[in-house]
Design a protein. Structure first.
Ligand SMILES: Cc1ncc(C[n+]2csc(CCOP(=O)(O)OP(=O)(O)O)c2C)c(N)n1
Ligand SMILES: [Mg+2]
Lengths: 326, 324
């Protein structure tokens, strides 16, 4: 199987879908000649031309609104927002319009748009360029929020999302673009709303998504050295949320931990923990644990930024404490 | 008393030249520090745009307000930000003006009326209207200046801020640094007008188009706009045509710009233009100006060395200044 980076996998998905379906087009800032801030659309301008690879002015509200309008006529826009921090400028179009239209118009129109954007910190880009905001969108009925952690899923999920008829926020991660992995050639589809078990285990369930799945897997390695067997679940999608997979695992391990980069309060972990206690309370041997980013805007200095982000040790120590091997 | 007589005496060109050189040397030093990974994250440098910052700063009172962007070192320094505190911030030290929390994109010193440096395109404009509105309510004669790029005139916040300021005659200078590019895109590929000052007419706002590489022209235009704002005549849109010598950020080599264009603008370097003015007026000569450059080089070098020996922030700093 070919080995691609996360970035190349996304690029391949876009190319294949644009070749397969003429109604697919891309729009966003610097996505043309320059190939996008994280070079995901590289080469597509030459292949598909400026009508279908539409480089826009700095106008996030315009980008998402335009995509919404075009989508209602049956086109399939894939909008790129340079980073999730800038999506707030266009949030009104996504939340008030795209997510509401199918329902509010009683089924008169559908809005098949994909808004791709990277989330996350790690480059010392500070408070306005390091946020993890996807959970806000996962709160909204009518929105899909998808967040692949591997190159194979990046391709397979993006293809699925482009073919889906709903408004979808497709969350990439700034630190994943160079990650490499095997990616199936050609038609490769990953179903929406289906979590993946990345590692099987019996003692503790670690639930995560996006970049933090890698941290969870490293933690599972470290825990194995202590004789603790961790099961790692990659949600892949926050809405729909595959609680069946999570619950089946928790019923087996009796210990649940959620690991995510975003803030703790009202974060994804809060929803998942609530559902675990609602649906698997009797199986729990310990309160559900959360390992998350600190409740602060992201600072600049390297040591401060690191201290604001969830670290591998927190996951390892938390799991040890929970299963009583500390 | 007219507004003009309230102004301090006009600065001499030599002072403005010195301020520009200080910024130039600062930015070149930052570039070097970035290459050595002593400064991390990102930087958006302003070599070539010094005249806009310095000319406008000299037209402001020390208690006036400004807002600016991720490309903002020059604006903070022109208003008097301490060199060492600026370097220490970029180096992520405890003594940084923002305690190592803001970095390059957020250099802000409230004691100088800087309210502040924002990294979302367009974000500083409505804030500047608020600063101007506060001055109106207090009747303290202050004004605010908001600095932004050509690209920012395509975002909604720009249009809302322009309208708000105009309808309430808020004392705001809308200072557009038209450096012809937003990131890697030439203005003409994203914007249907070449002169952005045209956009002011939709808000019935006064506008001027000025050579942004001539610090004297910048100063004079800003002084006039400031005087009008102070006497209740409302905002002015100031479009300064300028050019960044370097890439958009970090190590962008700026290959997307035609060589001829770069050459033509480098020949109109604001430092060269100011030197020529000083020499043509007979008020200075090559040797004296070179001496000034050398002295500023020493001053900046000393500041960066002091900043480099400053302590790193305590980890407890992570949770300070967040109240909810
Ligand atoms: C809302 C928003 N969208 C996109 C960006 C990314 N971005 C940072 S600077 C920039 C270009 C701005 O160009 P211009 O306004 O001309 O200012 P210049 O950088 O030339 O000084 C872009 C697109 C951002 N920071 N905020
Ligand atoms: Mg510009």
């Amino acid at each position: 199987m070919p080995v691609l980076t996360y970035r190349q996998a996304l690029n391949e998905a876009l190319r294949e879908e644009m070749n397969r379906d003429e109604s697919v087009f891309c729009l966003g800032e610097e996505i043309g000649r320059f190939g996008g801030s994280y070079r995901v659309t590289e080469g597509l301008l030459d292949e598909f031309g400026p009508e279908r690879i539409l480089a826009t002015p700095i106008s996030e509200l315009g980008i998402i609104g335009l995509a919404t309008g075009a989508a209602m006529t049956g086109l399939r826009p894939v909008a790129e927002i340079m980073t999730i921090n800038f999506i707030m400028v266009g949030m009104d179009q996504l939340v008030n319009n795209a997510a509401k239209i199918p329902y509010m118009f009683g089924g008169e129109a559908q809005v098949p748009i994909v808004v791709r954007t990277p989330s996350g910190a790690g480059h010392q880009l500070t408070a306005q360029h390091s946020q993890v905001l996807e959970v806000w969108f996962a709160y909204v009925p009518g929105m899909y929020v998808v967040a692949p952690s591997t190159p194979a899923d990046a391709k397979g999920l993006l293809k699925t999302c482009i073919r889906d008829n709903n408004p979808i926020l497709f969350v990439e991660n700034v630190l994943l673009y160079n990650d490499k992995g095997e990616v199936p050639d050609g038609e490769h589809i990953v179903p929406l709303g289906k979590a993946a078990i990345r590692r099987e285990g019996d003692d503790v369930t670690i639930v995560s998504y996006s970049r933090m799945v890698n941290v969870a897997l490293q933690a599972a390695d470290a825990l194995a050295d202590d004789g603790i067997s961790a099961e790692v679940i990659d949600l892949r999608s926050l809405r729909p949320l595959d609680m069946d997979t999570v619950l089946a695992s928790v019923r087996k391990t009796n210990h649940a931990m959620i690991v995510h980069e975003g803030w703790r309060k009202y974060g994804a972990g809060a929803e998942i923990a609530a559902q675990i206690q609602e649906l698997a309370f009797d199986y729990l041997d310990h309160p559900v644990q959360r390992v998350t980013g600190a409740e602060v805007p992201l600072p600049y200095a390297q040591s401060l930024e690191a201290a604001a982000l969830p670290q591998l040790e927190f996951v390892v120590d938390g799991a040890r404490t929970m299963v009583g091997k500390r | 008393m007219t507004a003009a007589t309230e102004q301090a005496a006009d600065p001499d060109i030599a002072t403005m030249y010195r301020d520009m050189v200080r910024i130039r040397v600062f930015e070149e030093t930052v570039q070097g520090l970035f290459m050595q990974s002593l400064v991390s994250g990102t930087t958006h440098l302003a070599q070539g745009q010094e005249a806009v910052a310095v000319g406008v700063a000299h037209a402001l009172r020390p208690d006036d307000y400004s807002t600016y962007t991720y490309r903002g070192h020059h604006h903070a320094l022109a208003r008097g930000l301490d060199l060492e505190a600026a370097f220490a911030e970029l180096l992520g030290r405890a003594t940084g003006i923002n305690h190592g929390k803001g970095g390059s994109m957020h250099l802000t010193d409230a004691r100088l009326g800087l309210y502040g440096s924002f990294a979302i395109v367009g974000a500083g404009l409505p804030v500047a209207v608020g600063l101007g509105r506060a001055a109106q309510l207090r009747q303290d004669g202050r004004i605010s200046a908001t600095f932004f790029g050509d690209g920012a005139t395509n975002i909604g916040a720009f249009h809302e801020a322009m309208n708000l300021a105009s309808v309430w005659k808020a004392p705001v200078l809308f200072v557009c640094e038209n450096n012809l590019y937003g990131e890697y895109s030439p203005l003409r590929s994203t914007t249907p007008v070449e002169d952005l000052a045209i956009r002011a007419s939709a808000y019935a706002m006064r506008a001027q188009i000025v050579d942004g590489n001539d610090v004297v022209a910048v100063y004079e235009s800003a002084r006039e706009a400031a005087a009008l704002a102070r006497v209740g005549e409302g905002p002015t849109f100031l479009e300064y045509k300028t050019y960044r010598h370097r890439g958009h950020s970090r190590s962008d080599p700026a290959k997307y710009r035609p060589e001829e264009e770069v050459k033509a603008w480098l020949a109109r370097d604001p430092l060269t233009v100011a030197r020529r003015r000083l020499m043509d007026a007979g008020s200075s000569n090559e040797a004296e100006l070179d001496r000034i450059d050398g002295a500023i080089g020493v001053e900046v070098e000393a500041a960066v060395e002091r900043a480099k020996s400053a302590p790193w922030p305590e980890l407890s700093e992570v949770t300070t200044n967040v109240y909810a």
